[in-house]
Design a protein around this ligand. Sequence first.
Ligand SMILES: [Zn+2]
Ligand SMILES: [Zn+2]
Ligand SMILES: [Zn+2]
Ligand SMILES: [Zn+2]
Ligand SMILES: [Zn+2]
Length: 332
Amino acid sequence: MEIDSDTENDREHEAIEKSIQSMSINVSSSDSLHEALFLVLAYLPVYELVVMSEVCMALREAVSKDVLPWLNIIVQNPLSSRLSDDILIKITSKSNGRLTTLALIKCVNITDDALQRVIQNNPFIHKLYIPGCTGLTPEGITIALEILSQQNHTLNILHINGIYNITKHHFKTLQSHLKPALHDQKKPFLYHQYRNSPVNKEGDRNIDVEICPRCDEVRLVYDCSRATCYKQMRKVWFKTDCKGCLICIARCVECGGCVDSEEMEQAVCFDVLCTDCWLLLPKCNFCNRPYCNQHSNLQSSPPGDQGSSTSGFVCQICHAKFITNVVDNDDE
Ligand SMILES: [Zn+2]
Ligand SMILES: [Zn+2]
Ligand SMILES: [Zn+2]
Ligand SMILES: [Zn+2]
Ligand SMILES: [Zn+2]
């Protein structure tokens, strides 16, 4: 189980906003802006793009009038849940039909109709990431890809993990509409690597999900990173016992290796760890449990500590139980 990352994202975005606000104090006119700043715009997700447009008039104009920042549209937290069909149509129209990448991460309000309209208006799109967009259906996505095929275009990459009710039939139809993967499909697909960067650029397979050899369902199916399992995989790739979805095979979030129930260790954040990785991670001073690296920002300094790294940390659970509680009781 993963804990919700919204709070982390919110914090991260607050920090971005603050640093951009401090920039706007220093930037009084477009003359003092470095040209490179305008090139950066093309690489920013929509939220950061909108925040940048508030820095000064020159950036505002660049964001609202230039096509370049809108050729690759990435919508993630904190905007995901606020993105509606109308806003999607509006922001995608800024690319004047030249949109190449559309990444909507957990945008639950987007419907099939809006996706199909965007595809209809943007035939050059070649990367479509829509994981966790639960308002979309496999049938709706298939129609969107058919629209693209009718215009003689195909997607290179499609990510659909988290869309409900994808059957083997849907999977095969969707796959038939994609360009064959350029990269080696036999390159292992490892849990910890995917978890850290689900929208990575190189080495992507053409579709993220596949049919799990164990449960026969369409899910994210991982290979194993353990050296012993990997050797086995080289010889008999598809017969390996530990290739499978996360429901069939538990995996360590740090190394991507398969973990059986006897070896399974749990982090404070409820992520699964193997014994080797558990041993290496720093532990909470109170409960002796680690956070995984992705959630290590949830560590608090121990009482009386001025942020030195040598005195360890206290996890959120122990902080609430032993420190906040003690302070509250003292106040009474
Ligand atoms: Zn499975
Ligand atoms: Zn591990
Ligand atoms: Zn394994
Ligand atoms: Zn603890
Ligand atoms: Zn974690």
